[in-house]
Design a protein around this ligand. Structure first.
Ligand code: SF4
Ligand code: FES
Length: 358
């Protein structure tokens, strides 16, 4: 075991753990943001620099500080290491610079981007960026490309994190795309504009931290905060069949893998589940998804700012789901930390001005 101190909090982690993984074990504000690292894929990290931290003390044996900020996803913890994340002004400044670089070519098209509301770059910019840009030059631009009939590549938005390449390499057969060229002219490409067609290609949409790879079956159908996510599963011969359904009214607009608090999929799902099963009857509904009260997806779903343990969750009460939701309501009844509220109850509270005005 190795003892590490991050932002003045000390704890022990197994040898070989990276600083980022160690911070995630503790959770909270000490966790650096990550735009390219993905714990479910091998060889990710080291591309974006959004996870930079300051190492004030290298280890117990060699207490010298590291001369430069280091990417926490690629730096292994040493016994006695002392790290600063948000408590270092140098890190805060550097991270704002990284955001500026990531946004150098990225269009500010959030109002028309399908990823808005669940975009890692949007969150990174909001939490760590500055409110203006110094960039006055022309941005590089590309035509949108259809990668088959299910996936759209919007290269203007790509931040070259390589997550989709690693996904295609590690969980699909016969990768047909990658990064071509170098430096300013690098781009994700199928090289000869082939379609990406294999049973797990849709996972590239889920791992993309921005709106560069989007689901053509969902494009422009709704803003994510107008949809209601629900956990569901089905018997699937190709994958675990555990998914998240995104409802608008009684219609399933899209199906995605379930994601954890760091925006990483819990289990990769197959294209059959993702693209070909969009009726409630195809699924066994488990319960509404727990949505962080910081997320815009939860807009108007929370009654007041609550503690981490007492977050409120909106229960979708559509009649079509009623039967399945009885299971969910049963679970909620057993868990005192979950409070279910219906649309009617929210409307009544809104009318009585109990809800905050945002
Ligand atoms: S398309 Fe998305 S996942 Fe792929 S490299 Fe670009 S930003 Fe990363
Ligand atoms: S998350 Fe560490 S360099 Fe991108």
């Amino acid at each position: 075991m190795a003892k590490i101190t991050i932002d003045d909090i000390s704890f022990e982690v197994p040898d070989g753990t990276s600083i980022l993984q160690a911070a995630r074990m503790m959770g909270g504000d000490m966790v650096p943001p990550a735009m390219c690292y993905y714990s479910k894929l091998k060889g990710t990290g080291g591309f974006c620099r959004s996870c930079l931290v300051k190492v004030e003390q290298g280890s117990e044996k060699d207490p010298r500080p590291m001369p430069k900020l280091v990417p926490s996803c690629k730096t292994t913890v040493m016994d006695g290491m002392v790290v600063r994340n948000r408590t270092s002004p140098e890190v805060v400044e550097a991270r704002a610079g990284v955001v500026e670089f990531l946004l150098k070519n990225h269009p500010l098209d959030c109002p028309v981007c399908d990823q808005a509301g669940e975009c890692d770059l949007q969150n990174l910019g909001f939490e760590h960026g500055k409110d203006s840009t110094r960039y006055e030059f022309e941005r590089r631009t590309f035509e949108c490309i259809d990668l088959g009939n299910k996936i759209k590549l919007h290269m203007n938005r790509c931040i070259l994190c390589y997550r989709c390449v690693k996904t295609a390499e590690q969980i699909t057969d016969g990768r047909v795309h990658g990064v071509i060229n170098r430096g300013e002219v690098s781009e994700i490409s199928t090289y000869i504009e082939q379609a990406i067609e294999n049973d797990f290609s849709g996972n590239m949409i889920d791992v993309c931290p921005v709106g560069a790879l989007t689901d053509r079956t969902f494009r422009f159908k709704s803003r994510v905060w107008f949809t209601k996510p629900v956990e569901a599963h089905r018997e699937c011969p190709k994958c675990s069949g555990k998914v998240r359904l995104w409802y608008q009214g009684q219609e399933i607009l899209r199906v995605t893998a379930r994601k954890d608090q760091y925006g990483e999929v819990e289990e990769f799902i197959c294209n059959d589940c993702r693209f070909d099963h969009k009726h409630t009857n195809d699924w066994v509904i488990e319960a509404p998804t727990k949505v962080s009260n910081k997320s815009v997806i939860s807009q108007n779903h929370y009654t007041e700012d609550t503690s981490f343990q007492k977050r409120r969750i909106l229960a979708e009460t559509d009649l079509a789901l009623g039967q399945h939701l009885k299971v969910g309501l049963g679970i909620a009844a057993l868990n005192p930390n979950i409070v279910w509220v219906s649309d009617e109850e929210l409307l009544a509270k809104a009318a009585s001005k109990e809800l905050p005005n945002h």
